[in-house]
Unconditional design. Structure first.
Length: 88
């Protein structure tokens, strides 16, 4: 975390926060995945999610990771929820 007065004792830096977030995400008992961009690319998927889908999906888009028949409805929901313009 950045402070205008310099580093704050006891606080993690950006890299440490990123590592900690990944650790917490991986330990979650629920299945969770994080998608990025308008093509809905998997950037994180915890072990529970990967066990649910039966394969590693990191780096793949939802379309690539799922059979077309199953992904079609899911992609429609994702696309409707993805902002088409950058907010001001």
């Amino acid at each position: 975390m950045i402070d205008a007065n310099g580093p704050v004792p006891g606080r993690m830096n950006g890299a440490e926060e990123h590592i900690r977030l990944r650790e917490i995400f991986a330990q979650s008992p629920s299945f969770s995945a994080l998608l990025h961009g308008p093509d809905h690319r998997f950037v994180l998927a915890n072990p529970a999610y990967q066990q649910l889908v039966g394969r590693c999906v990191i780096g793949r888009t939802v379309r690539e990771a799922s059979p077309k028949s199953k992904a079609k409805g899911f992609l429609l929901c994702l696309t409707r929820g993805f902002p088409r313009e950058n907010p001001l």
